[in-house]
Design a protein around this ligand. Sequence first.
Ligand SMILES: [Zn+2]
Length: 333
Amino acid sequence: MSVALELTRCPVCDAADVREIAGADDLTAEAEELWAFHTRRLRADTPAERLADRVAFSQRRPYRLVQCVECTLVYRNPRERDFELEKTYESEIIGEDVLQSLFETQRASYEAQAARLTDVAGRAGSGLEIGSYVGGFLAAARKHGWNFQGRDVNERANAFARKQGMEVACGTLEDLETRHRYRSVCIWNCLDQLPEPRRAVRLAAALLERGGVLAIRVPNGAFYAALRPALKRFMAPVARTLLAHNNLLTFPYRTGFTVRSLRRLLEDSGLVVVRTFGDSLVPIADQWTRRWARIEERGLKQLLRVPGAAGDAGAALSPWFEMYALRPGRGQS
Ligand SMILES: [Zn+2]
């Protein structure tokens, strides 16, 4: 399939000034390193498609990555035209056993996210999750007393989530028509993939009741931008391991939010940021992972979790981060 590319301005602040983070040759080299990284960590009898799962992510590798000088956002420039991207997602086919194992491995992380959300929101209520995928968060939120609905473009994942007893609909944030106002809207691991994040945040904010919470979790573009130069120096093995275990090598996302650029985007939409939380990627080790690699991953992610408690500053040093923002007004607790 040919890809239509176009040059673009910063999708958060519309500035044109950028510095290059990674060029085409850098990203090709990273793809080769990523392949080698996972090959070494998987057992020799791993089925080929399980290796492919880890390396061939839904999102195509960027052609070039830049960082906005004004708001610090990391993004693809040139970028794929929008319609190409949605097609990639809708046609993604993943086996039932893989969906089941995702649902299981993500359970603990979603449990913690549901607890943080409840804490920030003050009380449970009705919620909407955009990009609900297999329904792991919906299940966790229910345990905390929430009544969440999911929304996702992947019908196969939706069918799986319904089988787990979750309420999900097929669609995007853009095509949702409702007069309902939610206590919370969550966009976990998905805002970074959307073609128009500014529009998405504005639409999500409008769906909140007064005092309601928008919760977002994204890969940290600043973490990638900081470690990227080290891939070419003597610290290369450490930088590569940190990036790869957090699914940041080759940066398979459309937008790399930073604490500063996401805060700006939320405030531009009239929201008030009330909490920032730094984290690492959910565990990816499974039955095919060699023992030493499982221990390496667990140890590394434990270490990276330390800065999490320190708000904006801690989150800025983390490979992934969450931001919680309130719609101001009556009902705020
Ligand atoms: Zn910008």
